[in-house]
Design a protein around this ligand. Structure first.
Ligand SMILES: Cc1cc2nc3c(=O)[nH]c(=O)nc-3n(C[C@H](O)[C@H](O)[C@H](O)COP(=O)(O)OP(=O)(O)OC[C@H]3O[C@@H](n4cnc5c(N)ncnc54)[C@H](O)[C@@H]3O)c2cc1C
Length: 438
């Protein structure tokens, strides 16, 4: 069986490698383990993804969810809590899970790659300068947002800069996170019960007009909720900066190569899904690679699945972020806000009303492979829905449409070999999709 090499050492690399290993592939991960760190928020869906792949060490690190408040559009709301994690610790735990899964890992920076006619040849360098050479029948690019590009980007959005500062604030409260819009951008703060705070200010790159510490200090007074809740802030170290930009990369996939995680697309941080996208992208990457390696005649279908999935999810996230930006109307003239309130409805671009509520034949994942199946495309589910409550929704719709009078639940259950309560749940779902004519 061909060796798969996964380049990277973050969630996309680790989860892809573990799934491929379980599928029986010989997998080598070559990645530079994260050295710097900051805090990130993770939704319960990240925890679900980690549990699904059995990343016990990473899961144990997530801990309880922190309370979460947001001051946006002039209103304050308490929203679903989120896990708060130190990224370097999470990545170390993921590498522990990788080792537990029996996947070989080389902590090295990939320096060069070449296609040698039948396989990829790569070189990497370890911390003490030692050279590592590797060969791969299939190569997975998971080196994050700075992964080299081999084709032009399909979409790039406005570049934001996160200014990340650590502080000592007021101790004694419940751990919580706060999001707040301000004139030059928005802020995400965390404070634990000891008063340790992290404060990220996300601003337009054009605002980067002073040394980072000075800029952070100058912008902090523009916030109102966060300073009230965090108390006086004592800096604990220099402010760091990170670039953040919604980008959909070109050259996502071919017969021997695939990009996953931020190397494939990265979202606006306001849609807050980076880690989740990396993990769920890995769940899509593994069956795609399995199909390319075991059913080369299905190459076109597998590539189509992977490309369409990435494009559709990227645009959904883009629309979601734009909706949030449009919810803040106080500074329409400010560069940050007007540049980010433009790109609404990327998902529906090119799709007419007639494109919805249609049964289409499309590539889906089944038993670790990409196969073609019928799905129902709706406005809310532009990539199509195959199962609802375990019922094949297209078969259900066809069974209903075949009769002049809608058959009863029991009769449908019998015809589709499922329980009546599953049919009832699927029918309730169909009722909620307004554009479906039964
Ligand atoms: C400031 C900031 C805040 C964010 N906040 C959140 C948040 O709150 N919640 C959230 O879900 N997401 C957040 N994100 C996004 C999230 O960090 C990413 O979407 C996620 O980490 C993507 O995972 P990945 O595995 O694709 O890439 P990464 O996690 O970036 O992993 C890439 C890996 O490749 C390694 N690497 C790089 N170059 C090489 C090389 N040449 N050779 C070998 N290895 C290499 C890196 O060291 C790293 O280990 C944030 C991003 C930024 C920048």
């Amino acid at each position: 069986m061909k060796q798969v090499v996964v380049m990277g050492a973050g969630p996309a690399a680790v989860v892809t490698a573990i799934i491929l290993k379980r599928m029986g592939y010989e997998v080598l991960v070559v990645g530079k383990a994260r050295r710097t760190t900051y805090l990130e928020g993770a939704s319960p869906r990240v925890a679900e993804g980690l549990a699904r792949v059995g990343c016990r060490q990473a899961l144990a690190l997530l801990g309880a969810r922190w309370q979460r408040g947001a001051a946006w559009g002039g209103e304050y709301r308490e929203i679903n809590g989120e896990h708060v994690i130190d990224r370097r610790s999470l990545d170390e735990a993921l590498l522990g899970d990788l080792a537990d899964a029996g996947v070989s890992f080389v902590d090295a920076r990939v320096l060069s790659l070449s296609w040698e006619g039948e396989h990829w040849q790569g070189t990497a360098e370890g911390d003490s300068g030692e050279s590592v050479k590797f060969k791969a029948g299939f190569l997975v690019e998971a080196r994050g947002r700075n992964a080299p590009k081999y084709a032009s980007d399909i979409y790039t959005g406005p570049l934001s800069i996160a200014l990340i500062g650590s502080f000592q604030g007021r101790a004694g409260g419940e751990p919580r996170t706060l999001t707040e819009a301000f004139e030059e951008g928005w802020a995400w703060a965390t404070i634990d019960s000891q008063g340790a705070c992290s404060l990220q200010l996300i601003i337009d790159h054009a605002c980067l007009d002073a040394p980072l510490n000075d800029l952070h200090e100058r912008l902090r007074p523009h916030l109102s909720l966060i300073p009230q809740q965090l108390g006086p802030l004592l800096p604990l170290g220099p402010v760091m900066s990170r670039g953040i930009q919604p980008v959909l990369r070109g050259g996502l996939i071919d017969r021997t190569f695939l990009r996953v995680g931020d190397a494939a697309y990265s979202c606006d941080p306001l849609s807050g899904h980076g880690m989740y996208e990396a993990i769920s992208g890995a769940f899509a990457a593994a069956p795609t690679i399995n199909t390319l390696l075991t059913r080369p005649d299905q190459e076109e279908l597998a590539c189509r699945f992977y490309r369409e999935r990435a494009q559709s999810l990227f645009h959904q996230r883009l629309d979601m972020a734009t909706e949030f930006y449009l919810g803040e109307t106080r500074w329409p003239e400010q560069t940050f806000w007007c540049n980010r309130q433009k790109t609404i409805n990327a998902v529906s671009q090119g799709l007419s009303a007639a494109s919805y509520a249609q049964v289409v034949s499309t590539p889906v994942v089944e038993d670790g492979l990409i196969v073609e199946r019928e799905v129902l495309v709706t406005m809310a589910h532009p990539r199509g829905v195959r199962f609802v409550a375990g019922v094949e929704v297209v078969s259900l719709l066809k069974a209903i449409r075949a009769e002049p009078i809608e058959p009863g639940v029991d009769s449908l259950a019998q015809r589709l070999s499922v329980a009546p309560k599953q049919i009832a749940a699927a029918l309730a779902w169909l009722q909620q999709e307004p554009e479906i004519v039964r």
